[in-house]
Design a protein around this ligand. Structure first.
Ligand SMILES: *[C@@H]1O[C@H](CO)[C@@H](O)[C@H](O)[C@H]1NC(C)=O
Ligand SMILES: *[C@@H]1O[C@H](CO)[C@@H](O)[C@H](O)[C@H]1NC(C)=O
Ligand SMILES: *[C@@H]1O[C@H](CO)[C@@H](O)[C@H](O)[C@H]1NC(C)=O
Ligand SMILES: *[C@@H]1O[C@H](CO)[C@@H](O)[C@H](O)[C@H]1NC(C)=O
Length: 475
């Protein structure tokens, strides 16, 4: 009997110690194993909640935008006087080529300056681990010299990189701008590797939709994936996305390529203002076009279901000059706009950006695998004038030296405001790029007219590579 009791007690004791050990292991692995953190609410959602994303008051955002609208209207009317009217263009792609070839894409400022603080001098990076990584703000940090940059040679990548953006092929002789890397302050940023990118994007499609700055990001990514080496096993799948060369056009409306090794598709579609543009009279070659401010581009509606990653951008085509040249007439709710606030360029742009973000958000439940990003505006750096009044960007020493972005607030309050509270993520590159005034095409642009500098587009390799590194870290 007694012996039995003791045996039972012995069993109880070992049971208890097993329980204690299991609990210890469980607690320990809860802390260590990223798998278990799957039960914790995703930090990305937390980050997008209104409290944490952007701390711009409504008044502040509004006054910023109104100032911007007035500024744009002024600049734009000047622009419209100098711009030659385009011939009746049928598709967005044609409009694109006509404008860009003549360097008109440089028009009108729409960016606001970032708040920059000087680095406090300490170089220790507060690295966080994977779960926190998703929630960290990649826009905070600084540019650091790095001999492992650029990620591809500016002499190479002729397969994907337009000659007009390949600064190594121009008269430019300073290339220090190629040797900087963006170092986020609070998050570990995984080193970009083409093979790693392709594996992660196995049987997936990444789409850039936006203006020429989106096209720069697309070309940059193609070069980053291939390391700038010529590859012959990349398929042109533009036809799958209706990107065909229409009669009379110099370029298709976009490009789509597939890497057969991993069945990964990367595409870019030209949609400068992201909203739907529709001819008012299909039979008239000189027709005006309805720009439906509150409707997404037909391309997005038609193909969204095929995308796994979407990167939207817009900004530099929102000015009177572009509207007049393209004969775009603002429409809201399917009828010509009569709201005076929306008739201001800033109001129209705001309405479209909010409408697109909200529409994409409304589609997310249907496509739970879709990661949609709205890229913030790429800043311009014209000094001493605008693109058409002698503005220049001649610095060769970056103003980024010793500077650090330390604010949580985005320098693009419109895009930040539009994605706030939605499932659309912010790809915040405005303040990051604002530090890089030395990295534009500047006077070496081969497409700009003599005396005109391009302080809008970037040399490649260059700043858009960093946008893709920040994107890669989030997919
Ligand atoms: C926003 O900023 C103001 C002033 O900088 C601060 O008082 C307020 O607590 C901030 N709000 C949030 C939600 O961060
Ligand atoms: C932009 O649009 C949003 C959504 O309609 C609105 O809440 C906000 O006030 C607008 N901002 C401006 C400056 O028009
Ligand atoms: C993750 O971060 C937390 C808090 O910073 C830290 O305590 C933990 O050790 C980290 N885990 C790993 C695996 O790095
Ligand atoms: C390639 O990816 C697409 C989705 O993007 C998928 O539908 C298709 O089945 C894949 N093909 C192969 C051969 O894996």
């Amino acid at each position: 009997m007694e012996g039995g009791v003791f045996r039972l007690k012995g069993k109880e004791i070992s049971l208890i110690s097993i329980l204690v050990m299991s609990a210890t292991i469980l607690i320990w692995s809860w802390k260590k194993t990223p798998l278990l953190t799957a039960f914790v609410p995703p930090q990305t959602q937390l980050r997008l909640s209104p409290e944490t994303l952007s701390n711009v008051s409504e008044e502040e955002a509004t006054s910023k935008i109104n100032v911007e609208a007035r500024k744009n209207d002024d600049v734009a009317s000047a622009v419209s006087l100098t711009e030659v009217k385009g011939k009746g263009q049928q598709i967005e792609g044609e409009k694109y080529s006509n404008q860009e070839e003549h360097g008109k894409d440089l028009a009108a400022p729409t960016d606001s300056p970032p708040r920059i603080s000087s680095s406090s001098g300490h170089d220790t990076v507060n690295l966080k681990n994977h779960t926190e990584n998703k929630a960290c703000n990649y826009a905070k940090g600084k540019w650091v010299p790095d001999n492992n940059r650029p990620l591809y040679s500016g002499f190479g990548c002729k397969q994907w990189l337009s000659g007009m953006w390949a600064c190594r092929l121009t008269q430019r002789t300073d290339f220090a701008y190629e040797k900087l890397r963006w170092q986020p302050k609070e998050c570990r940023m995984e080193e970009f590797e083409g093979s790693k990118f392709l594996r992660r994007m196995q049987s997936k499609t990444l789409a850039f939709v936006g203006d020429s700055l989106g096209r720069q990001q697309f070309q940059s990514l193609m070069c980053m994936i291939t390391g700038g080496e010529e590859t012959h096993d990349v398929e042109d799948v533009g036809e799958e996305y209706g990107m065909v060369l229409v009669h009379g056009a110099t370029r298709p409306s976009g490009w789509a390529y597939r890497f057969p090794s991993t069945n990964t598709t990367i595409l870019y579609y030209w949609s400068a203002i992201l909203c739907d543009v529709e001819p008012l009279d299909r039979t008239n070659p000189d027709t005006d076009y309805a720009m439906h401010l509150d409707r997404p581009s037909a391309f997005l509606v038609q193909y969204l279901h095929k995308f796994d990653v979407l990167v939207l951008n817009t900004g530099h085509h929102w000015n009177r000059g572009k509207l007049n040249t393209n004969r775009w007439v603002m429409h809201v709710g399917g009828v010509p706009n009569t709201d005076r606030k929306i008739a201001m360029i800033g109001g129209a742009k705001n309405l479209t950006i909010y409408s697109i973000a909200s529409w994409v958000n409304s589609q997310l439940p249907k496509y739970p695998g879709l990661k949609a990003f709205f890229r913030t505006i790429s800043p311009r750096h014209f000094v001493g004038g605008d693109w058409n009044t002698g503005g220049s960007c001649d610095n060769t020493t970056p103003m980024s030296v010793g500077k650090e972005i330390s604010t949580d607030e985005s320098s693009d309050p419109v895009v930040a405001g539009a994605v706030q509270g939605t499932g659309v993520k912010l790809l915040d590159i405005t303040a990051v790029s604002q530090l890089r005034d030395e990295a534009h095409m500047s006077r070496f642009s081969i497409t700009a007219k003599p005396g005109v500098q391009d302080c809008l587009h970037w040399c490649l390799p260059g700043v858009p590579d960093a946008w893709n590194e920040i994107l890669f870290a989030q997919i």
